[in-house]
Design a protein around this ligand. Structure first.
Ligand SMILES: [Zn+2]
Length: 266
């Protein structure tokens, strides 16, 4: 694919992941060189917040803070207040842009469902209160997720479904709520038919790209860790599925990134 000039976007990378620590500088330099103009570094754990905040001071890197549903033990009495403080800190203004990664994951059962639901509700409500977008992780939990929105009286949510893997019906319901759908490595797998359907279905103005770096590699680098610059292969795949040029898909995604995360500078 021809290189797209700095307008590739990775809306979901775990740059604070310990696996990347030694190589982060190189990873960011290569990503920039390969045309990635925007990366949203998502936190999964409480200990990653300060790392994400530091990273978000680098050009083209922005931050999202939250607790991932895998780590309910990180959610303590004081965590909500600490999250509010970090999200509203003057030094993070314009750099820490979202609440994430948050959501529900019942892939391995519902033993901690109540804990997951409690911390998800709290983080979602905080995002609403601060008018920040959310980065959503949902696995085997769509009915619960839509149930929470209903319970909280939220007909619209500003944010995106990271690594969207749902059916077209789920896609429609998420889109009706105002959400964006984000695609990553698995959409490039030849057998990922349901993902391909969703990628064809999503309107151009609600489509995002990501890597979930260092996880979910693209087909071409299936045995390796993913990197933010691999979004170019996601863009290429979306273009093929949607019968568009990669340049067109990249510019649509860039416009969506701007609209969702930088609504104050249109
Ligand atoms: Zn993630």
């Amino acid at each position: 694919m021809n290189q797209v000039n700095g307008n590739l976007v990775d809306v979901h990378a775990h740059l604070a992941d310990v696996r990347l620590r030694e190589r982060l500088e190189l990873i960011l330099a290569v990503s920039e060189h390969q045309g990635v103009g925007g990366i949203l570094a998502n936190a999964a754990r409480r200990t990653e917040w300060s790392i994400v905040c530091d990273l978000s001071r680098q050009p083209g890197v922005f931050g999202a803070l939250g607790i991932h549903p895998f780590f309910p033990e990180d959610w303590r009495e004081e965590t909500l207040a600490e999250l509010r403080q970090a999200l509203t800190a003057p030094e993070n203004r314009g750099r820490v842009l979202a609440v994430g990664e948050i959501g529900l994951d019942f892939q391995y059962g519902r033993d901690n469902a109540e804990q997951q639901l409690a911390m998800f509700r709290a983080q979602l409500q905080l995002a609403q209160e601060l008018n920040l977008p959310v980065c959503l992780h949902n696995r085997k939990s769509w009915p619960d997720f839509f149930g929470v929105l209903k319970e909280l009286g939220l007909s619209q949510v500003r944010g995106y479904c990271h690594h969207f893997t749902g059916s077209v019906d789920i896609a429609r319901e998420a889109l009706d709520r105002g959400l964006y759908l984000s695609f990553c490595g698995p959409v490039t797998y030849p057998g990922a038919h349901r993902l391909h359907q969703a990628a064809r279905y999503v309107p151009a103005d609600r489509m995002l790209t990501e890597t979930d770096c260092p996880d979910l590699p693209v087909q071409r680098y299936r045995r390796l860790e993913s990197r933010p610059w691999h979004v170019q292969f996601v863009v290429q795949c979306l273009a093929e599925l949607r019968n568009e040029t990669p340049e067109r898909v990249a510019s649509q995604v860039w416009a969506n990134w701007q609209r969702l995360f930088f609504p104050d500078n249109p």
